[in-house]
Design a protein around this ligand. Structure first.
Ligand SMILES: Nc1ncnc2c1ncn2[C@@H]1O[C@H](COP(=O)(O)OP(=O)(O)OP(=O)(O)O)[C@@H](O)[C@H]1O
Ligand SMILES: [Mg+2]
Length: 386
Protein backbone atom coordinates (compact mmCIF):
# COMPACT_ATOMS: atom_id res chain seq x y z
CA UNK A 1 0.00 0.00 0.00
CA UNK A 2 1.27 3.48 -0.71
CA UNK A 3 0.11 7.01 -0.20
CA UNK A 4 1.44 10.45 -0.80
CA UNK A 5 1.54 13.36 1.57
CA UNK A 6 0.63 16.86 0.34
CA UNK A 7 1.95 19.21 2.97
CA UNK A 8 0.25 17.46 5.87
CA UNK A 9 2.34 17.11 8.99
CA UNK A 10 2.62 13.85 10.93
CA UNK A 11 1.24 11.66 8.18
CA UNK A 12 3.97 11.04 5.68
CA UNK A 13 4.85 7.63 4.29
CA UNK A 14 6.62 5.43 6.78
CA UNK A 15 6.12 7.88 9.61
CA UNK A 16 3.93 5.50 11.56
CA UNK A 17 5.08 6.70 14.96
CA UNK A 18 3.85 10.22 14.34
CA UNK A 19 0.50 9.08 12.95
CA UNK A 20 -0.23 6.82 15.90
CA UNK A 21 -1.62 8.93 18.66
CA UNK A 22 -4.48 7.37 20.51
CA UNK A 23 -5.17 10.60 22.38
CA UNK A 24 -5.95 12.30 19.11
CA UNK A 25 -8.77 10.70 17.15
CA UNK A 26 -7.97 12.78 14.08
CA UNK A 27 -4.46 11.34 13.94
CA UNK A 28 -5.73 7.79 14.41
CA UNK A 29 -8.10 8.25 11.51
CA UNK A 30 -5.31 9.66 9.40
CA UNK A 31 -3.36 6.49 9.91
CA UNK A 32 -6.32 4.28 9.01
CA UNK A 33 -6.99 6.29 5.89
CA UNK A 34 -3.35 6.26 4.88
CA UNK A 35 -3.52 2.49 4.53
CA UNK A 36 -6.29 2.89 1.96
CA UNK A 37 -4.18 4.51 -0.76
CA UNK A 38 -5.56 7.98 -0.16
CA UNK A 39 -3.49 11.14 -0.57
CA UNK A 40 -3.53 13.25 2.54
CA UNK A 41 -3.73 17.02 2.23
CA UNK A 42 -2.94 19.55 4.92
CA UNK A 43 -5.64 22.06 5.76
CA UNK A 44 -3.25 24.86 4.82
CA UNK A 45 -2.66 23.46 1.35
CA UNK A 46 -6.43 23.37 0.77
CA UNK A 47 -6.77 26.89 2.13
CA UNK A 48 -4.36 28.16 -0.47
CA UNK A 49 -5.93 25.97 -3.18
CA UNK A 50 -9.36 27.53 -2.54
CA UNK A 51 -8.17 31.08 -1.71
CA UNK A 52 -9.08 30.52 1.92
CA UNK A 53 -12.39 28.89 0.96
CA UNK A 54 -13.43 32.10 -0.73
CA UNK A 55 -17.17 32.39 -1.54
CA UNK A 56 -16.35 33.03 -5.18
CA UNK A 57 -14.73 29.59 -5.31
CA UNK A 58 -17.91 27.94 -4.07
CA UNK A 59 -19.42 25.64 -6.69
CA UNK A 60 -22.24 24.06 -4.76
CA UNK A 61 -23.56 22.74 -1.50
CA UNK A 62 -25.27 19.53 -0.44
CA UNK A 63 -26.08 17.38 2.54
CA UNK A 64 -22.44 17.04 3.55
CA UNK A 65 -21.35 20.64 3.25
CA UNK A 66 -19.99 23.12 0.77
CA UNK A 67 -18.05 22.27 -2.39
CA UNK A 68 -15.28 24.65 -3.53
CA UNK A 69 -13.25 24.80 -6.69
CA UNK A 70 -9.53 24.65 -5.95
CA UNK A 71 -6.23 24.74 -7.76
CA UNK A 72 -3.42 22.61 -6.36
CA UNK A 73 0.16 23.86 -6.43
CA UNK A 74 0.89 21.78 -9.54
CA UNK A 75 -2.06 23.44 -11.30
CA UNK A 76 -4.50 20.53 -11.00
CA UNK A 77 -8.11 21.65 -10.66
CA UNK A 78 -10.00 19.97 -7.84
CA UNK A 79 -13.39 20.01 -6.15
CA UNK A 80 -12.96 20.38 -2.40
CA UNK A 81 -15.89 19.14 -0.38
CA UNK A 82 -15.75 20.51 3.11
CA UNK A 83 -17.85 18.53 5.55
CA UNK A 84 -19.87 20.51 8.07
CA UNK A 85 -18.25 19.33 11.30
CA UNK A 86 -21.38 19.75 13.43
CA UNK A 87 -23.01 16.85 11.68
CA UNK A 88 -22.08 13.58 13.38
CA UNK A 89 -23.92 11.75 10.66
CA UNK A 90 -21.85 13.60 8.11
CA UNK A 91 -18.59 12.57 9.77
CA UNK A 92 -19.57 8.93 9.63
CA UNK A 93 -20.53 9.34 6.02
CA UNK A 94 -17.17 10.94 5.36
CA UNK A 95 -15.18 8.03 6.76
CA UNK A 96 -17.35 5.51 4.93
CA UNK A 97 -16.94 7.45 1.73
CA UNK A 98 -13.16 7.48 1.95
CA UNK A 99 -12.87 3.79 2.58
CA UNK A 100 -15.23 2.84 -0.19
CA UNK A 101 -14.04 5.22 -2.86
CA UNK A 102 -10.33 4.91 -2.43
CA UNK A 103 -10.07 1.54 -4.08
CA UNK A 104 -12.87 1.80 -6.61
CA UNK A 105 -11.83 3.19 -9.97
CA UNK A 106 -13.81 3.29 -13.19
CA UNK A 107 -14.09 5.85 -16.03
CA UNK A 108 -17.68 6.58 -14.99
CA UNK A 109 -16.98 6.99 -11.28
CA UNK A 110 -15.74 10.28 -9.87
CA UNK A 111 -12.19 9.93 -8.63
CA UNK A 112 -11.42 10.75 -5.03
CA UNK A 113 -7.97 12.35 -5.15
CA UNK A 114 -7.49 12.58 -1.43
CA UNK A 115 -8.70 13.94 1.85
CA UNK A 116 -7.89 16.13 4.80
CA UNK A 117 -8.54 14.92 8.34
CA UNK A 118 -6.70 17.60 10.28
CA UNK A 119 -8.16 18.57 13.66
CA UNK A 120 -11.91 18.86 13.24
CA UNK A 121 -11.69 19.28 9.50
CA UNK A 122 -13.05 16.50 7.33
CA UNK A 123 -12.54 17.35 3.69
CA UNK A 124 -12.72 15.33 0.48
CA UNK A 125 -10.76 16.27 -2.62
CA UNK A 126 -12.19 15.10 -5.93
CA UNK A 127 -11.21 15.52 -9.53
CA UNK A 128 -12.84 18.70 -10.83
CA UNK A 129 -15.57 18.23 -13.38
CA UNK A 130 -15.71 21.09 -15.82
CA UNK A 131 -19.39 20.87 -16.73
CA UNK A 132 -20.66 20.61 -13.19
CA UNK A 133 -23.50 18.21 -12.44
CA UNK A 134 -26.16 16.76 -14.71
CA UNK A 135 -28.66 18.50 -12.48
CA UNK A 136 -27.17 21.91 -13.25
CA UNK A 137 -26.33 21.24 -16.89
CA UNK A 138 -29.56 19.56 -17.97
CA UNK A 139 -32.18 20.57 -15.42
CA UNK A 140 -30.75 23.82 -14.09
CA UNK A 141 -31.53 27.46 -14.73
CA UNK A 142 -30.93 29.00 -18.13
CA UNK A 143 -27.59 30.58 -17.26
CA UNK A 144 -25.92 27.24 -16.56
CA UNK A 145 -27.98 25.11 -18.92
CA UNK A 146 -26.12 23.12 -21.57
CA UNK A 147 -28.06 22.13 -24.68
CA UNK A 148 -27.72 18.40 -25.26
CA UNK A 149 -28.77 16.44 -28.31
CA UNK A 150 -29.98 12.87 -28.12
CA UNK A 151 -26.58 11.30 -28.83
CA UNK A 152 -25.10 13.13 -25.82
CA UNK A 153 -28.01 12.14 -23.61
CA UNK A 154 -27.84 8.51 -24.71
CA UNK A 155 -24.08 8.45 -23.98
CA UNK A 156 -24.74 9.94 -20.54
CA UNK A 157 -27.38 7.27 -19.77
CA UNK A 158 -25.04 4.52 -20.88
CA UNK A 159 -22.09 5.96 -18.96
CA UNK A 160 -24.11 6.16 -15.75
CA UNK A 161 -25.34 2.60 -16.34
CA UNK A 162 -21.76 1.40 -16.79
CA UNK A 163 -20.61 3.16 -13.62
CA UNK A 164 -23.49 1.77 -11.60
CA UNK A 165 -23.06 -1.73 -13.04
CA UNK A 166 -19.43 -1.54 -11.94
CA UNK A 167 -20.43 -0.52 -8.41
CA UNK A 168 -23.03 -3.28 -8.20
CA UNK A 169 -21.26 -6.12 -9.91
CA UNK A 170 -17.51 -5.52 -10.17
CA UNK A 171 -16.38 -3.39 -7.24
CA UNK A 172 -14.98 -5.28 -4.29
CA UNK A 173 -16.97 -5.27 -2.13
CA UNK A 174 -20.08 -4.56 -4.17
CA UNK A 175 -21.58 -1.16 -3.45
CA UNK A 176 -25.16 0.10 -3.30
CA UNK A 177 -24.97 3.83 -3.97
CA UNK A 178 -28.21 4.80 -2.19
CA UNK A 179 -28.44 8.31 -3.69
CA UNK A 180 -28.41 8.05 -7.46
CA UNK A 181 -29.70 11.39 -8.75
CA UNK A 182 -28.85 14.10 -11.27
CA UNK A 183 -26.74 16.18 -8.86
CA UNK A 184 -24.61 13.13 -8.11
CA UNK A 185 -23.73 12.71 -11.77
CA UNK A 186 -20.85 15.02 -12.71
CA UNK A 187 -19.93 15.88 -16.30
CA UNK A 188 -16.39 16.30 -17.57
CA UNK A 189 -15.26 18.62 -20.36
CA UNK A 190 -16.61 16.20 -22.98
CA UNK A 191 -19.91 15.70 -21.14
CA UNK A 192 -18.87 12.22 -20.11
CA UNK A 193 -20.69 11.33 -16.89
CA UNK A 194 -19.08 10.24 -13.62
CA UNK A 195 -21.08 9.14 -10.63
CA UNK A 196 -20.07 10.98 -7.48
CA UNK A 197 -20.86 10.75 -3.78
CA UNK A 198 -20.25 7.42 -2.28
CA UNK A 199 -20.75 8.93 1.16
CA UNK A 200 -24.11 7.27 1.37
CA UNK A 201 -22.94 4.02 -0.06
CA UNK A 202 -22.64 0.97 2.12
CA UNK A 203 -20.46 -2.02 1.60
CA UNK A 204 -22.68 -4.61 0.07
CA UNK A 205 -21.77 -8.29 0.03
CA UNK A 206 -23.31 -10.52 -2.61
CA UNK A 207 -26.79 -11.95 -2.10
CA UNK A 208 -27.50 -10.05 1.09
CA UNK A 209 -30.52 -7.85 1.49
CA UNK A 210 -29.77 -4.97 3.81
CA UNK A 211 -32.40 -3.38 5.98
CA UNK A 212 -31.18 0.14 6.44
CA UNK A 213 -31.66 2.03 9.68
CA UNK A 214 -32.48 5.24 7.86
CA UNK A 215 -33.49 6.19 4.39
CA UNK A 216 -30.71 8.16 2.78
CA UNK A 217 -31.89 8.88 -0.74
CA UNK A 218 -33.57 11.89 -2.28
CA UNK A 219 -37.31 12.37 -2.72
CA UNK A 220 -38.26 11.95 -6.35
CA UNK A 221 -35.78 9.10 -6.81
CA UNK A 222 -36.72 6.82 -3.94
CA UNK A 223 -37.85 3.30 -4.65
CA UNK A 224 -41.10 2.79 -2.71
CA UNK A 225 -39.87 -0.29 -0.88
CA UNK A 226 -36.83 1.65 0.31
CA UNK A 227 -38.76 4.77 1.31
CA UNK A 228 -41.53 2.89 3.09
CA UNK A 229 -39.87 -0.24 4.40
CA UNK A 230 -36.18 0.70 4.43
CA UNK A 231 -35.36 -2.24 2.20
CA UNK A 232 -32.03 -1.32 0.70
CA UNK A 233 -30.94 -3.43 -2.21
CA UNK A 234 -29.29 -2.82 -5.55
CA UNK A 235 -32.85 -2.70 -6.91
CA UNK A 236 -33.42 0.62 -5.10
CA UNK A 237 -30.49 2.12 -7.03
CA UNK A 238 -31.90 0.64 -10.23
CA UNK A 239 -35.23 2.35 -9.53
CA UNK A 240 -33.40 5.69 -9.07
CA UNK A 241 -31.47 5.05 -12.26
CA UNK A 242 -34.78 4.57 -14.11
CA UNK A 243 -36.02 7.91 -12.79
CA UNK A 244 -32.77 9.53 -13.91
CA UNK A 245 -33.18 8.15 -17.44
CA UNK A 246 -36.69 9.63 -17.56
CA UNK A 247 -35.25 12.99 -16.49
CA UNK A 248 -32.63 12.80 -19.23
CA UNK A 249 -35.25 11.98 -21.86
CA UNK A 250 -37.71 14.62 -20.66
CA UNK A 251 -35.31 17.34 -19.50
CA UNK A 252 -37.46 17.64 -16.38
CA UNK A 253 -36.56 17.17 -12.76
CA UNK A 254 -38.40 14.41 -10.97
CA UNK A 255 -38.11 16.12 -7.60
CA UNK A 256 -39.38 19.52 -8.74
CA UNK A 257 -42.00 19.15 -11.43
CA UNK A 258 -45.56 17.87 -11.13
CA UNK A 259 -47.55 17.03 -14.22
CA UNK A 260 -51.16 17.50 -15.20
CA UNK A 261 -54.16 18.24 -13.02
CA UNK A 262 -53.35 15.39 -10.69
CA UNK A 263 -49.82 16.69 -10.04
CA UNK A 264 -48.32 13.40 -11.07
CA UNK A 265 -44.63 12.81 -10.54
CA UNK A 266 -42.48 12.10 -13.58
CA UNK A 267 -42.72 8.31 -13.32
CA UNK A 268 -46.50 8.41 -12.98
CA UNK A 269 -46.77 10.86 -15.84
CA UNK A 270 -44.68 8.61 -18.06
CA UNK A 271 -46.83 5.63 -17.14
CA UNK A 272 -50.01 7.57 -17.89
CA UNK A 273 -48.70 8.55 -21.32
CA UNK A 274 -47.51 5.00 -21.87
CA UNK A 275 -51.00 3.63 -21.18
CA UNK A 276 -52.45 6.27 -23.48
CA UNK A 277 -50.01 5.11 -26.16
CA UNK A 278 -48.33 8.48 -26.51
CA UNK A 279 -45.14 7.95 -24.48
CA UNK A 280 -43.02 10.20 -26.69
CA UNK A 281 -44.96 13.17 -25.28
CA UNK A 282 -42.53 13.21 -22.36
CA UNK A 283 -39.55 13.86 -24.64
CA UNK A 284 -37.81 17.17 -23.94
CA UNK A 285 -39.21 19.79 -26.37
CA UNK A 286 -35.62 20.96 -26.72
CA UNK A 287 -34.94 17.71 -28.61
CA UNK A 288 -36.27 18.71 -31.98
CA UNK A 289 -34.76 15.69 -33.71
CA UNK A 290 -34.25 12.28 -32.18
CA UNK A 291 -34.38 8.61 -33.18
CA UNK A 292 -37.82 7.57 -31.96
CA UNK A 293 -37.07 3.86 -31.79
CA UNK A 294 -33.99 4.38 -29.66
CA UNK A 295 -35.68 6.88 -27.35
CA UNK A 296 -38.54 4.39 -26.92
CA UNK A 297 -36.03 1.69 -26.02
CA UNK A 298 -34.49 3.91 -23.37
CA UNK A 299 -37.94 4.74 -22.03
CA UNK A 300 -38.85 1.06 -21.81
CA UNK A 301 -35.63 0.39 -19.90
CA UNK A 302 -36.56 3.21 -17.50
CA UNK A 303 -40.01 1.68 -17.04
CA UNK A 304 -38.51 -1.76 -16.41
CA UNK A 305 -36.27 -0.16 -13.78
CA UNK A 306 -39.05 1.72 -11.98
CA UNK A 307 -41.51 -1.15 -11.66
CA UNK A 308 -43.18 -1.34 -8.25
CA UNK A 309 -42.10 -4.93 -7.80
CA UNK A 310 -38.37 -4.69 -7.09
CA UNK A 311 -37.79 -8.26 -8.16
CA UNK A 312 -39.14 -7.49 -11.63
CA UNK A 313 -36.49 -4.83 -12.21
CA UNK A 314 -33.49 -5.87 -14.29
CA UNK A 315 -29.99 -5.84 -12.84
CA UNK A 316 -27.52 -3.21 -14.07
CA UNK A 317 -25.68 -5.59 -16.39
CA UNK A 318 -28.96 -6.33 -18.12
CA UNK A 319 -29.67 -2.60 -18.24
CA UNK A 320 -26.31 -1.93 -19.93
CA UNK A 321 -27.10 -4.55 -22.58
CA UNK A 322 -30.58 -3.20 -23.15
CA UNK A 323 -29.27 0.33 -23.59
CA UNK A 324 -26.30 -0.51 -25.75
CA UNK A 325 -27.80 -3.02 -28.15
CA UNK A 326 -30.39 -2.30 -30.78
CA UNK A 327 -32.85 -4.87 -29.43
CA UNK A 328 -36.61 -5.06 -29.31
CA UNK A 329 -37.76 -5.01 -25.74
CA UNK A 330 -40.81 -6.86 -24.58
CA UNK A 331 -43.43 -4.18 -23.84
CA UNK A 332 -45.83 -6.69 -22.38
CA UNK A 333 -43.48 -7.54 -19.55
CA UNK A 334 -43.51 -3.99 -18.21
CA UNK A 335 -45.60 -3.67 -15.05
CA UNK A 336 -46.79 -0.56 -13.24
CA UNK A 337 -44.27 1.70 -11.56
CA UNK A 338 -44.13 2.25 -7.83
CA UNK A 339 -44.09 5.82 -6.57
CA UNK A 340 -43.18 7.47 -3.32
CA UNK A 341 -44.04 11.12 -3.11
CA UNK A 342 -44.57 13.84 -0.59
CA UNK A 343 -46.02 16.75 -2.51
CA UNK A 344 -49.66 17.80 -2.33
CA UNK A 345 -51.89 16.17 -4.87
CA UNK A 346 -55.55 15.77 -5.67
CA UNK A 347 -55.13 12.14 -4.68
CA UNK A 348 -54.26 13.21 -1.17
CA UNK A 349 -57.32 15.41 -0.88
CA UNK A 350 -55.42 18.64 -1.31
CA UNK A 351 -53.86 18.36 2.15
CA UNK A 352 -50.20 18.80 2.84
CA UNK A 353 -49.66 15.49 4.57
CA UNK A 354 -47.08 13.08 3.37
CA UNK A 355 -48.37 10.67 0.83
CA UNK A 356 -46.54 7.43 1.00
CA UNK A 357 -48.20 5.05 -1.30
CA UNK A 358 -47.59 3.19 -4.42
CA UNK A 359 -49.79 5.46 -6.48
CA UNK A 360 -51.05 2.63 -8.59
CA UNK A 361 -51.85 -0.52 -6.73
CA UNK A 362 -49.80 -3.13 -8.46
CA UNK A 363 -52.32 -5.55 -9.87
CA UNK A 364 -49.79 -7.32 -12.00
CA UNK A 365 -48.52 -10.76 -11.20
CA UNK A 366 -45.50 -10.55 -8.93
CA UNK A 367 -43.14 -13.45 -9.17
CA UNK A 368 -40.80 -14.11 -6.27
CA UNK A 369 -38.15 -15.30 -8.68
CA UNK A 370 -35.73 -12.89 -10.30
CA UNK A 371 -36.87 -12.73 -13.94
CA UNK A 372 -34.78 -14.46 -16.55
CA UNK A 373 -33.07 -12.20 -19.07
CA UNK A 374 -35.50 -13.31 -21.73
CA UNK A 375 -38.42 -11.58 -20.02
CA UNK A 376 -37.12 -8.19 -21.14
CA UNK A 377 -36.69 -9.16 -24.76
CA UNK A 378 -38.97 -10.04 -27.59
CA UNK A 379 -38.91 -13.80 -28.06
CA UNK A 380 -37.20 -13.31 -31.42
CA UNK A 381 -34.23 -11.68 -29.67
CA UNK A 382 -31.08 -13.42 -28.66
CA UNK A 383 -31.03 -14.45 -24.98
CA UNK A 384 -28.47 -12.69 -22.87
CA UNK A 385 -26.00 -14.50 -20.69
CA UNK A 386 -26.52 -14.01 -16.94
N1 LIG B 1 -16.18 17.04 -8.59
C1 LIG B 1 -16.95 18.09 -8.83
N2 LIG B 1 -16.67 18.92 -9.85
C2 LIG B 1 -17.47 19.97 -10.11
N3 LIG B 1 -18.56 20.30 -9.40
C3 LIG B 1 -18.89 19.53 -8.36
C4 LIG B 1 -18.11 18.39 -8.01
N4 LIG B 1 -18.67 17.79 -6.93
C5 LIG B 1 -19.75 18.53 -6.63
N5 LIG B 1 -19.89 19.57 -7.47
C6 LIG B 1 -20.95 20.60 -7.46
O1 LIG B 1 -21.33 20.82 -6.11
C7 LIG B 1 -22.72 20.57 -5.95
C8 LIG B 1 -22.98 20.04 -4.57
O2 LIG B 1 -22.51 18.72 -4.49
P1 LIG B 1 -22.87 17.84 -3.24
O3 LIG B 1 -22.51 16.44 -3.58
O4 LIG B 1 -22.25 18.43 -2.03
O5 LIG B 1 -24.43 18.03 -3.08
P2 LIG B 1 -25.64 17.37 -3.84
O6 LIG B 1 -25.14 16.32 -4.78
O7 LIG B 1 -26.47 18.45 -4.43
O8 LIG B 1 -26.45 16.70 -2.66
P3 LIG B 1 -26.00 15.45 -1.78
O9 LIG B 1 -25.32 16.01 -0.58
O10 LIG B 1 -27.29 14.79 -1.45
O11 LIG B 1 -25.09 14.62 -2.60
C9 LIG B 1 -23.07 19.62 -7.07
O12 LIG B 1 -24.42 19.69 -7.41
C10 LIG B 1 -22.19 20.13 -8.19
O13 LIG B 1 -22.84 21.23 -8.76
MG1 LIG C 1 -23.75 15.00 -4.24
Amino acid sequence: MSYRCFGATNCCKGDTTTTTNNNNPGQTKAQEIATDNVKLFSYNSLRSATRNFHPSNRIGAGGFGIVYKGVLRDGTLVAVKSLSVESKQGKDGFVTEIRVISNIKHPNLLELIGCCVEDNNRILIYEYMENNSLSTALLGSKGKHIAMGWATRAAICLGIANGLAFLHEEAEPHVVHRDIKASNVLLDGNLQPKIGDFGLAKLFPDNVTHLSTRVAGTIGYLAPEYALLGQLTKKADIYSFGVLVLEIISGRSSSKVAFGEDLLVLVEWTWKLWKEERPLDIVDPELTEYPEKEVMRFMKVALFCTQAAANQRPNMKQVVKMLSKDVNLNDKAITEPGVYRTHTSKHSGGGSSVETSSSHKNKSKQSLDVPANSIYFDSSEEMLPR
